[in-house]
Design a protein around this ligand. Structure first.
Ligand code: COA
Ligand code: AMP
Length: 624
């Protein structure tokens, strides 16, 4: 089967195509209906099917004879620990923890927030929720208490699961005080808070509300998988939008299992028994899809890595993990390899390890810059495969479909649309732009299985953000072009979302925090180019008339406020005081131009600008 014929079939004979793919997972009740239309071109997949995601991930592998195969390997250079779980062992841990959650009142449909570092208990907690039909919402450990509170308020969880601490290179970060603060800030209070006590920190427990993980598991009865409808929610994952309020992307059970199983073959050419490593964090979509769910759906061994690409202990960390666990495919964000390259430009560390098991390296999360691509290709000699996707889609919208046909790679391109995604580059009216010209990268509806169902608790926001901007299309928020050969090039966001070290952040949210400082009259945050992290936020601030504050002091306070409200992960370290902000005559801040000035790029002064002289002033502030 060639890529072209597979792609055409996925679009022209959509239901037949996905009916076939659906046969690769274990259903409790196989679906008769493949797709059912909802509003505005959106639809739902396999609506009359029934399954349980933890059954597909664990029990199905045991039924297929893989019970004694390793399902998960935990490798933690920050605690000097290695631990592995077979499918039998992981299923037993998950079933017991699910039983423990049930004893705390968690049932099908209840939400559970998971705020954990990269320890196996994070995966066990996710799979235990899935086993009960409960809806998990994992919150990245680098987010501050306020961000956690916003998610608690929105998801209204019955329970919250956490650990006593996370470990960042050498820093121990206590999680429990953040959890306590977040629960205090939120008007919704979870009934139970389960804490996994790590040896590094003993968390203080609140009588009646907090429960020790090991104690409740010791008394638990294992839970069997609870059947759920294919379109019942499996999880909510909050992601940055253009406003301060994160969007809760809702994923279903059935479409997710079918799509991720298909993606493991299509994108990664993975087979049962392969060792698959996504070096990310369970707090991000990469962690959901490719650390936890997809490798297990496929019967692979997944690597759970608690460390960094550098400094844990050095730039050879990734190669060491590949050698120790005979990793076959490695997936990470380009920024990770930019960090490795910075510390080990000649890739000397690579020659210290036997990485012969590694077949391919996959990159996503941000644009794969051609220098990083070339460096990796030259030093590893392996296929370096870029693929483009988003929290919303859950799997690759564009990829090199190696499982069907390996295509020639083009640096800077995520290659071609994955079957199921009818990708087009259009203007805001939905008219296709000519090949080679930049426009909005959009997906003609309907979306394939696995993509978001809605925004949690706010379907209107889902409609307004994704379906209404370009009628008939899913609006990705990314700009780019398709060349004459049909290769897709993603050039960056067209909204106020920025990408810092492969992490998606909202400048609008940072602006809300900065603007809340009593001395600030107005502000604007843009993403400026950074050699290692891709982008970093920079704030331009106007001080209120009459406010007297030293500029360095103000910057320090603003940096601290963003760390406190959003988290260190925002990497907000620079606030520049200006007299005015460049605006159009209608009052819209010209963010794109500010970004271009920050990056030292050429820009065109728009005819709508209120006062062009401001641009000179801003250029000076940036030392341009
Ligand atoms: N819990 C608590 N704090 C965290 C955290 C976590 N899980 N993850 C990051 N942080 C903190 C860091 O300690 C750091 O704090 P500091 O400002 O006090 O030093 C801050 O957030 C920024 O962290 P990070 O972006 O990781 O920067 P870094 O300079 O420590 O490391 C890289 C740079 C490139 C090594 C790192 O960003 C990386 O590994 N990137 C890969 C990205 C990735 O996997 N993305 C997922 C999408 S595929
Ligand atoms: P997230 O939802 O956090 O996965 O971030 C998704 C965003 O990251 C996309 O909208 C893109 O802007 C960017 N992105 C992800 N993968 C790629 C890629 N391969 N090339 C270019 N941009 C990417």
């Amino acid at each position: 089967m060639s890529y072209n014929s597979e792609f055409r079939r996925s679009i022209d004979q959509r239901d037949d195509f996905w009916r076939e793919q659906a046969q690769h997972i274990d259903w409790i009740k196989a679906p008769n209906t493949i797709w059912r239309a909802l509003d505005n071109g959106h639809g739902e997949w396999f609506p009359d099917g029934e399954l349980n995601t933890s059954d597909v991930a664990l029990d199905a592998n045991i039924r297929a004879g893989r019970g004694d195969q390793k399902a998960l390997i935990y490798d933690s250079p920050v605690t000097n620990t290695k631990q592995s779980f077979t499918y039998n062992e992981l299923r037993d841990e998950v079933a017991l923890f699910a039983g423990a959650l049930r004893a705390r009142g968690v049932e099908k449909g209840d939400r559970v927030i998971i705020y954990m570092p990269m320890i196996p208990q994070a995966a066990i907690a996710m799979l235990a929720c899935a086993r009960l039909g409960a809806v998990h919402s994992v919150v990245f450990g680098g987010f501050a208490a306020h961000e956690l509170a916003v998610r608690i308020e929105d998801a209204k969880p019955k329970a919250l699961i956490t650990a006593s601490c996370g470990i960042e290179v050498t820093k121990v970060i206590e999680y429990k005080p953040l959890v306590d603060k977040a629960i205090e800030q939120s008007s919704h209070k979870p009934d139970a808070c389960v804490v996994f006590q790590r040896p590094q920190v003993k968390a203080t427990m609140q009588e009646g509300r907090d429960f020790d993980w090991n104690e409740i598991v010791a008394n638990a009865t294992p839970a069997e998988p609870v059947p759920v409808k294919a379109n019942d929610p499996l999880y909510i994952l909050y992601t940055s939008g253009t406003t301060g309020k994160p969007k809760g992307v809702v994923r279903d059970n059935g479409g997710h299992a079918v799509a991720l199983t298909y993606s493991m073959k299509l994108v990664y050419d993975a087979k049962p028994g392969d060792v698959y490593w996504a070096a990310s964090d369970v707090g991000w979509v990469v962690g959901h899809s490719y650390i936890v769910y997809a490798p297990l759906f496929t019967g692979c061994t997944t690597i759970f890595y608690e460390g960094k690409p550098v400094k844990t202990p050095d730039a050879g960390a990734f190669w060491r993990v590949v050698q120790d666990h005979k990793v076959n495919m490695l997936f990470t964000a380009p920024t990770a390899f930019r960090a490795v390259r910075k510390e080990d430009p000649e890739a000397d560390q690579l020659s210290r390890y036997d990485v012969s098991s590694l077949k391919r390296i996959f990159l996503a999360g941000e644009r794969l810059d051609p220098p990083t691509y070339e460096w990796l290709k030259e030093h590893t000699g392996l296929p370096i495969l870029d693929h483009w996707w988003q929290t919303e889609t859950g799997w690759a919208i564009c990829c090199n479909p190696v499982g069907i046909e390996m295509m020639t790679t083009k640096p800077g391109s995520a290659t071609v649309p994955s079957p199921g995604f009818n990708v087009q580059v259009v203007d805001m009216e939905g008219s296709q732009v000519p090949a080679g010209e930049q426009g909005q990268v959009a997906v003609k509806l309907p979306l394939p299985p696995g993509c978001l169902m809605t925004v949690w608790g706010d379907d209107q926001r889902f409609q307004n953000s994704y379906l209404k901007p370009i009628p008939g299309f899913y609006s990705s928020g990314d700009g780019g072009f398709i060349d004459d050969d049909g290769y897709v090039f993603i050039m960056g966001r067209t909204d106020d979302v920025i990408n810092v070290a492969g992490h998606r952040l909202s400048t609008g949210e940072m602006e809300e925090v900065v603007a809340s400082h009593p001395a600030i009259a107005e502000c604007c945050v843009v993403g400026a180019h950074d050699d290692m992290k891709g982008q970093i936020p920079v704030g331009l601030v106007l001080i209120k008339d009459g406010a007297t504050i030293d500029q360095d002091e103000l910057e320090e306070e603003l940096v601290e406020m963003v760390r406190e409200k959003i988290g260190a992960i925002a990497c907000f370290r620079r606030a520049i005081v200006v007299d005015r902000l460049p605006k159009t005559r209608s009052g819209k801040i010209l963010r794109r131009i500010i970004r271009q000035i920050a990056d030292g790029e050429e820009y065109t002064v728009p005819s709508t600008i209120d006062d062009p002289a401001i641009l000179e002033e801003i250029s000076e502030k940036f030392g341009r």
